[in-house]
Ligand binder design. Structure first.
Ligand code: KMH
Ligand code: ZN
Length: 309
């Protein structure tokens, strides 16, 4: 596997899971998302992963105009690699989810490598007086939904990304998805370097344990061969798993999309706080942190001058 001498820190700043009343620090307006992403970059995140939220009620939105405003403002303030979501929210259509990547043609975009139950209904129990009426029904509804990523959808996403030189960041929520990626590699739809983001601890996906991470990396070596990888984990598993990933030669994703806390019982005031914490851990492990341009080399990205925003 290509020896990578610096690690890529990704900050996933908002996502489509958490709702605003779960934490006063959760970035859930376009301005807050922009500010959190730029701060996370300044703290050491080479890559920022973004979703769009409605400025009126902070709910996840497929609105292209909102996503364009977010990525354009981030680009005006720093040279972070922006990883645009194609996962959107569980209820969005495949077209709605892919539209930002088609329109904005980013360097990097998420590509969810298979279907999975994506349940976070139990978060509703934490909300006594939510600020918005949509929050509790939104969380509870995930019990009834499947995060759908069919093979037809994956083929459509990969062809679209190849057409626009967008590097897919494969979100892998369970081991079977590694074989899905290997299948599309054999079909010639996946260009190298292959970039995997092991997203662990989602209820419906693989539990966030070190044994499972070792199993995922081993399986990927067998089925994919050469790849660059990163690890993210939901909730309190975030720092233990991401630290384990660093010791195994992987890269790290943190941010309030995945976990609202800095440590048990202490809410993170920003994704940047989590970036600083994982950066400190990495440096104590003797690792160096990649800049955004070094991340561009490691992932062989097309360059910020080729994006459409
Ligand atoms: N919000 C999740 C349903 C992605 O960004 O592509 C999926 C997600 C992955 O966040
Ligand atoms: Zn996401």
């Amino acid at each position: 596997m290509a020896k990578q001498n610096k690690i890529i820190i990704t900050a996933a700043v908002t996502g489509a899971t958490h709702t605003p009343s779960l934490s006063p620090y959760f970035p859930s307006t376009p301005d807050q998302i922009i500010e959190d992403a730029v701060k996370a970059h300044k703290a050491g995140a080479a890559v920022v992963h973004v979703h769009a939220r409605d400025p009126k009620d902070c709910s996840p939105t497929p609105d292209l105009g909102v996503m364009k405003e977010i990525v354009t403002s981030i680009k005006q303030q720093c040279n972070a690699v922006v990883c645009v979501t194609t996962g959107g929210a569980v209820w969005m259509s495949s077209e709605q989810r892919l539209a930002p990547a088609v329109d904005l043609q980013p360097e990097l975009a998420s590509c969810n490598a298979g279907s999975v139950n994506f349940v976070f209904a139990d978060l509703a129990a934490k909300l006594e007086n939510p600020k918005y009426d949509w929050e509790i029904p939104y969380l509870k509804r995930t019990n009834e939904l499947v995060f759908t990523n069919t093979f037809t959808g994956l083929e459509y996403y990969l062809n679209t990304m190849n057409e626009h030189e967008i590097r897919p960041e494969f979100e892998v929520y369970d081991v079977g998805m590694i074989n899905n990626i290997a299948y599309f590699m054999k079909k010639g739809l996946v260009q190298k370097p292959v970039y995997l983001q092991f997203v662990m601890g989602i209820l419906g996906g693989i539990p966030a344990t070190v044994d499972n991470l070792v199993y995922l990396v081993k399986t990927a070596r067998e089925q994919i061969g050469d790849f660059v990888w990163s690890c993210a984990a939901a909730g309190k598993a975030q720092f233990p798993l991401v630290t384990a990933a660093l010791t195994m030669g992987g890269n790290a994703r943190v941010g309030l999309e995945d976990n609202l806390y800095l440590k048990p019982g202490v809410l993170a005031k920003s994704s940047a706080e989590q970036v600083l914490q994982i950066k400190e851990i990495a440096e104590r492990l003797g690792l160096e942190i990649a800049s955004s341009d070094e991340a561009r080399q490691i992932l062989d990205l097309k360059g910020i001058d080729k994006v459409n925003y």
